[in-house]
Design a protein around this ligand. Structure first.
Ligand code: SF4
Length: 409
């Protein structure tokens, strides 16, 4: 597949953490649930952007800043009104302190909330830098605001997000970045570092091109890990966890999120879901077989015929089955005993086999057909798609899409 969009730092991180999650987010475009901490971060970023968004000093007054904060406040994702009010007041206190710290030495930054686009190793990348300043020596300084409760020590020196911003900024402006920094708004503390070393930039470039290559090779395997999956919104849709959710829930979520597909897309989606359901059924069959054997083994060892779990009980019934390897000998014995008629009954598979035999007299076949009822069944078989190189387009024509028959010569 082609890259559905330029890669950002957060998209790369998501892919590296779990390709399947990335697929749900960026290919299937299933939105994630709103989270209060993201909403708080967006509200604070908008207010700071407003503060620095004037064309020249002075900055807006503290009242104007707080008015902008209130009008840009994002309310989604909070547990309840009380939690939202607590965060709102916390943000307000931070902004008042921020204003008093920075209004005195206010200077208009070179760029605020600057969205860059660049091409790295042939891969389109993008990102939004909160603030870009000009250093006295003409180089650039990058600043990213953080609103989480804490900021890890020395993070600015190592964080790949800042490396990405440094690279994007240098490619776009053609100027060297001399300093990168995080600004932790709750504590008004800046954590800064010199420009990230060339080795970090090279490793980021590798990460970008490896991620793009994996995406274009359709590699979207789930990478389950307790810490990541615990909060993943895609659990009800994820092949690893889907069986834990009622089918109706997963289907309802999908139906609610997905735009109404056209006929071919719908069919394609159903084929994939059918294949995935079969794979789950096969895994379940295997698990059931193993459980059955273990239970039967324990029943046998202990001499039980019934046992209880907390929710279910199991009862074992024993039966015997004879195997007749020498069928001709058995048939001769039955014939000799004059019992042949008692076991002779037309079985449907044998009669059907006879009807398909090209040597059968057509008159006999017609009589058999008249004596039976024909019911039509559809059997659907699915198997994993093996990627094949795309066929060359016909001169002047587009590649065939879904289900078009091949041209006859
Ligand atoms: S539940 Fe876990 S494995 Fe599945 S998509 Fe989410 S993060 Fe990936």
């Amino acid at each position: 597949m082609d890259l559905p969009r330029p890669l950002s730092h957060s998209a790369i991180s998501m892919y590296v953490e779990c390709p399947k999650r990335w697929w749900f987010r960026y290919v299937e475009k299933v939105p994630e649930k709103p989270r209060h901490f993201f909403s708080f971060g967006r509200s604070m970023h908008s207010a700071v952007e407003f503060f620095y968004g004037v064309p020249c000093p002075p900055p807006p007054s503290v009242e104007e800043l707080l008015r902008a904060y209130k009008s840009e406040w994002v309310s989604e994702g909070y547990r309840d009104k009380a939690q939202e009010a607590t965060y709102f007041e916390e943000g307000k206190a931070i902004l008042i302190a921020f204003y008093h710290k920075h209004a005195k030495d206010f200077a208009v930054p070179l760029k605020v909330e600057h969205e860059f686009s660049a091409v790295v190793e042939g891969v389109p990348v993008t990102g939004k830098i909160d603030r870009v300043d000009e250093l006295p020596d003409g180089r650039l300084a990058i600043l990213d605001y953080k609103t989480g409760k804490e900021l890890a020590r020395n993070r600015a020196a190592d964080d790949p997000q800042l490396t990405m911003y440094q690279l994007g900024c240098e490619l776009e402006f053609g100027r060297e970045v001399g300093r990168v920094a995080f600004y932790h708004l709750p504590t008004l503390e800046v954590q800064e570092s010199g420009r990230h070393a060339a080795s970090k930039v090279e490793s980021l470039k590798r990460r970008i091109s490896e991620t793009a290559r994996s995406i274009m090779n359709d590699r979207f395997d789930p990478a389950p890990e307790e810490r990541k999956c615990l909060w993943c919104d895609y659990k009800p849709l994820c092949p690893v966890f889907r069986h834990q959710f009622p089918v109706s829930l997963a289907v309802a979520e999908e139906a609610a999120q997905a735009p109404e597909p056209d006929g071919d897309e719908k069919l394609s989606g159903l084929v994939d879901r059918y294949g995935e359901a079969l794979a789950r059924a096969a895994a379940l069959d295997l698990e059931l077989g193993e459980l059955r054997s273990s239970i039967a083994e324990l029943f046998r060892k202990k001499g039980y015929s019934r046992a209880f779990g907390r929710k279910f009980e199991a009862v074992v019934t024993r039966s015997e089955r004879w195997e007749f390897r020498d069928k001709k000998k058995v048939l001769d014995l039955i014939k000799t005993a004059g019992l042949y008629e008692t076991i002779l009954a037309p079985s449907a598979p044998l009669v059907q086999k006879l009807m398909r035999d090209p040597g059968l007299d057509p008159g006999h076949r017609a009589k058999l057909e008249a004596a039976a009822e024909l019911t039509e069944f559809s059997e659907v078989k699915v198997s994993p798609v093996v990627p094949v190189p795309p066929p060359a387009p016909e001169p002047g024509g587009a590649l065939p899409l879904f289900g078009k028959p091949a041209k006859k010569r």
